[in-house]
Design a protein around this ligand. Structure first.
Ligand code: CMC
Length: 391
């Protein structure tokens, strides 16, 4: 079978060439198509960044108007998808529902049999337009509230907020502080080169599976607590610390003995960032800003800061270069915006969607071969079959 190099977890294996996202883990640099994450988070809108990632350049006003208008026109989800949705238990985790319904989109929006026309752009628009709508269904149903239809006179983020929070019985106005905070968070999550979920999207897509199935697989990969699911775990951990009297050093000690306790500090450590996570730096500052602007006093923010401080002064974390990652402070902001804990990873998925799409598209355009890692076999050598009655 030839010589195989083993690299468990692909710690040092390049799977592709890519022109989308540049990341320098030593220096804490992250750029989308050459634009720094700091610049984009401060100045761009999420949909502009989506366009940039997917099509390679920032849109002109005209290109943006066309892109945005198409997204507005596709925000409604086929009513028959609701029948699938209604079959889920009321308390189903919104990530399980999201991956299932995105997968179901491949059945609702198939390519026409034998059609030579490239419909990728239409599928891209549908995904960007419909995923926020689907996401809000889980939230509304969990509350027992009526679903809101999208309102196409609203921009992307206000439309999402309106579907989440407006009620037929009272007026709802989108708070610009909330919309701007969400804009920053979504931009910071929009791409991160060959992470677990993106590699999953590319691997599934490399068999020429359709874009909905590929992205549904990415959503499933994101759900895990070592990846996007960490944002939910962080808040739950901070709540546990609070309930336990707020002694952060106890939790730092438990994490230092992760091998025996099985407890890791969620929101800490990163495969690539060994100095700091540039997204975490922006998010930490945003958490302070947003909470003070909204007048929210969340004791969990102080616990998070104390925990960070304690860990950063501990040899275990220093020697292993473990720093807060993007998930450490994001949940505190989501919570201040009124987004419930079980929706945190869904918010990550909405943010990461343009990155998944861009990477899927690049993978197809580069005509990447089917992804197919090798292995080193460690099982039994050849042996003879023994009939069941003789075993
Ligand atoms: N708490 C305690 N110890 C840790 C932690 C942690 N959060 N993270 C890593 N370590 C230790 C680990 O035990 C190992 O120690 P030793 O050298 O003694 O064996 C060392 O640090 C290296 O860790 P690793 O698990 O080999 O590193 P990795 O690159 O395979 O894993 C990671 C990266 C992000 C999965 C890991 O740091 C982790 O589990 N963090 C907690 C979960 C988390 O916050 N995930 C979100 C990641 S960022 C956003 C995203 O991807 O969604």
């Amino acid at each position: 079978t030839g010589y195989v190099t083993l690299d468990r977890g692909y710690k040092n294996t390049g799977a592709t060439k890519s022109a989308i996202t540049f990341l320098d883990g030593e220096q804490g640099i992250l750029q989308y198509r050459g634009y720094s994450i700091e610049d984009l988070a401060a100045k761009a809108s999420f949909l502009e960044v989506a366009y940039l990632l997917i099509y390679g350049e920032l849109p002109t006003q005209e290109q943006f108007a066309t892109f945005e208008t198409s997204i507005r026109r596709h925000t409604l989800v086929n009513e028959d998808m609701r029948k699938i949705f209604d079959g889920f238990p009321v308390n189903a985790h919104p990530m399980g529902v999201l991956s299932s319904l995105v997968s179901a989109m491949s059945a609702f929006y198939p390519d026409l049999e034998g059609s030579k026309e490239d419909t990728t752009d239409q599928h891209i628009i549908r995904l960007l337009a419909k995923m926020p709508t689907i996401a809000t269904w889980s939230y509304k149903r969990g509350l027992g509230h009526p679903m809101n239809y999208p309102k196409n006179n609203l921009d992307y983020i206000p439309n999402f907020l309106n579907m989440m929070f407006s009620l037929p019985v009272e007026d709802y106005k989108v708070d610009p502080v909330v919309a701007e905070a969400l804009n920053v968070l979504l931009i910071l999550h929009a791409d991160h080169e060959q992470n677990c979920s993106t590699s999953t999207v590319r691997l599934v897509g490399s068999s020429q599976a359709n874009i909905y199935s590929s992205i549904s697989a990415g959503i499933s990969a994101l759900w895990g607590p070592l990846h996007g699911g960490a944002n939910q775990e962080v808040i739950e951990m901070l709540e546990d610390i609070k309930a336990d009297g707020g002694d952060v050093s106890k939790y730092v000690d438990m994490a230092k003995n992760a091998k025996t306790t099985g407890f890791r500090l969620f929101g800490f450590g990163h495969r690539v960032y060994k100095n700091f996570d540039p997204r975490a730096r922006i998010i930490k500052k945003a958490a302070d800003d947003v909470l003070s602007k909204l007048g929210v006093n969340d004791p969990v923010l102080e616990i998070a800061k104390g925990l960070e401080e304690a860990a950063l002064h501990d040899d275990y974390f220093v020697s292993r270069k473990l720093y807060p990652n993007v998930d450490f402070y994001s949940g505190i902001i989501y919570r201040a915006l009124g987004i419930p804990t079980n929706m945190f990873t869904v918010m990550f998925a909405i943010g990461r969607l343009p990155g998944w799409i861009a990477q899927w598209k690049e993978m197809r355009e580069q005509k990447e071969p089917i992804g197919r890692p090798r292995q080193i076999y460690t099982g039994a050598t050849l042996r003879e079959f023994v009939p069941i009655e003789k075993r």
